[in-house]
Design a protein around this ligand. Structure first.
Ligand code: SIN
Length: 305
């Protein structure tokens, strides 16, 4: 259960490069993903950054997609089709370029059948825009405005925080508003991957800088889940994302306090079977440990004495 909405399992797709078109979203609909999260949308359709803008790496990925999407109106239309066809929650992801854009989009989704909204206020890849999650005042203003217009349960996708002081600052802002969940973490912004033979970066935008995803970021994602779980005292749910490839990865995120997890890079690399595989592995591992429900161990990370 996320924000009062029932999910069949705690595992579903993250908003990402494979959730842009209706065809791609139908792949998620047919898969064992327990929800369909749509690509972060903006007011107008966007082509995104110049290619190449995504590369698979040995332990994950780098991307600087630049929010290519079909514009919010398309995702309102898709949500109606997806809700009718697949009996699972549909999640809109909103990433307006300005406060005004965000308000128009949030209002429009009020009259759509989406179950939840994930507000993604700060992609690391939008050229010329800062990562909003690192600006406490900007987050405060955005959440204040969005809370006044949004009638759906909504959460916020956050960047990775590394300093304990920053966790507290952002948690204090989020707690002021009716935010139901946070999603930790977006790709870690502005990494640089270099091909030493060509002496060039792997992707073109921003001189090669892009968000790092996959196994490289799992430990940072786990720490962010844990810190927000503690700071919110379980009153605001935490969804974990970052480097989930196996059922044991999911187990670790739940143990750290996540109520659910999303899969991004591994879905791109392994296809929709990843959802079955990870679910089956989690079930087996839980059986071995004699856990029957994720609530039996959620948040119960033990400490070293
Ligand atoms: C992108 O489209 O650049 C990725 C979106 C995000 O990182 O939030």
């Amino acid at each position: 259960m996320i924000a009062g909405v029932n999910f069949n399992t705690c595992i579903f797709n993250t908003s990402g490069p494979a959730d842009v078109t209706l065809q791609e979203l139908e792949v998620v609909g047919r898969s064992k993903s327990s929800a369909i999260t749509m690509k972060s949308c903006t007011l107008k359709p966007r082509e995104g950054n110049p290619e190449p803008r995504y590369a698979d790496l040995e332990f994950g990925s780098i991307n600087s997609m630049g929010l290519p999407n079909l514009g919010y109106k398309a995702y309102i239309k898709f949500s109606k089709i997806l809700k009718k066809k697949y009996k699972k929650p549909v999640i809109a992801s909103i990433s307006g370029m300005t406060l005004k854009d965000n308000l128009v989009i949030f209002k429009a989704f009020n009259d759509s059948p989406v179950d939840l909204i994930e507000f993604n206020p700060g992609s690391p890849n939008t050229i010329g825009k800062p990562i909003v999650g690192y600006d406490v005042d900007a987050m405060d203003k955005l959440l204040d405005a969005v809370s006044k217009v949004c009638k759906k349960p909504f959460g916020v996708k956050l960047p990775a925080y590394l300093d304990l002081v920053h966790f507290e600052k952002i948690a204090n802002v989020i707690k002021k508003y009716p935010v139901k969940f946070v999603t930790c973490i977006n790709s870690i912004g502005n990494g640089l991957v270099i091909d030493p033979n060509k002496e060039k970066p792997l992707i073109k935008p921003k001189g090669g800088l892009g968000g790092i995803g996959g196994r490289y970021i799992k430990f940072t994602a786990l720490a962010n889940v844990r810190k927000f779980y503690e700071l919110f005292h379980d009153k605001i749910q935490v969804i974990g994302v970052g480097g989930i490839y196996s059922g044991i990865d999911v187990f670790e995120f739940i143990l750290a306090g996540a109520s659910a997890v999303q899969i991004g890079t591994a879905f791109l690399q392994k296809g929709p079977r990843i959802f079955d595989n990870v679910q089956n592995e989690l079930k087996k591992f839980m059986e071995k440990k004699k856990y029957y429900n994720i609530q039996d161990f959620r948040g119960k990370l033990k400490y070293l004495n």
